[in-house]
Design a binder for this molecule. Structure first.
Ligand SMILES: NC(=O)c1ccc[n+]([C@@H]2O[C@H](COP(=O)([O-])OP(=O)(O)OC[C@H]3O[C@@H](n4cnc5c(N)ncnc54)[C@H](O)[C@@H]3O)[C@@H](O)[C@H]2O)c1
Length: 195
């Protein structure tokens, strides 16, 4: 895991270290062996840290992102350490067809999914609500609200198909429970367990 910079409510990953592929095996390897975690927007920031932690605990990870630089960096620093446990795809979470592909590829490679972390999210620059553009509103709703719902729909369907007892975690923000002029309010700060 890397180092974190905490500024007010915001946490930034400032020093993401490549995971040690064999160092983890002694401690928690057993915890998630044979399990698969799908994490959205996971080639940078908190998503990557989450993916690394799952790998350290013995799980396979399926990650998607849209940022080519971050995808390459993830492949170089994380996938290279766990070549058989990682599937990295360039997927825009607002694209339904791309999400279908994400789940198809995940099923093909790992058989099923046990955990989903709806991590992907964007900021709206905290513009005052009166200055917010329609374009910004649509983008935030598409990525922060609709996409987690569409990922969850597919994940639940796959979990039911494989009779997997899974967990789905939606990453939100303090802005989801406290009044802000703007921010990630659509997704409540919540964890839901199914089954
Ligand atoms: N960092 C914080 O302190 C903080 C605070 C509150 C909430 N959060 C939430 O935690 C989550 C992760 O935050 P972070 O700081 O690591 O953010 P980040 O910007 O580092 O990571 C988000 C990732 O999502 C990817 N992404 C953006 N749009 C995408 C799309 N359409 N399809 C696929 N991937 C896409 C980005 O390329 C990026 O890698 C977000 O949901 C964020 O809102 C973070």
């Amino acid at each position: 895991m890397g180092k974190y910079l905490v500024e007010g409510d915001r946490i930034t990953v400032v020093d993401s270290q490549p995971p040690q592929s064999n160092a983890h095996q002694s401690v928690n390897m057993v915890a998630h062996t044979q399990k698969t975690a799908l994490i959205t927007g996971a080639c940078g920031g908190l998503g990557r840290a989450t993916a690394e932690r799952f790998l350290q605990e013995g799980a396979n990870v399926v990650v998607c992102d849209v940022n080519d630089t971050l995808i390459s960096d993830f492949k170089e620093k994380v996938s290279a350490a766990y070549p058989e446990c990682t599937l990295v795809l360039k997927i825009d979470v607002t694209d339904d067809k791309a999400l279908d592909k994400l789940f198809e590829e995940a099923e093909k490679m790992f058989g099923h999914i046990d955990f989903v972390v709806n991590n992907c999210g964007v900021m709206d620059h905290f513009d005052p609500v009166g200055d917010m553009s329609r374009e910004m509103w649509d983008r935030v709703i598409a990525i922060n609200l609709t996409a987690p719902a569409m990922v969850t729909k597919r994940a639940v369907t796959m979990m039911l198909k494989h009779e997997t007892k899974g967990s789905i975690v939606n990453i939100a923000s303090i802005a989801g429970i406290r009044g802000f002029a703007s921010g990630k309010f659509p997704v409540p700060l919540t964890e839901r367990r199914f089954f």
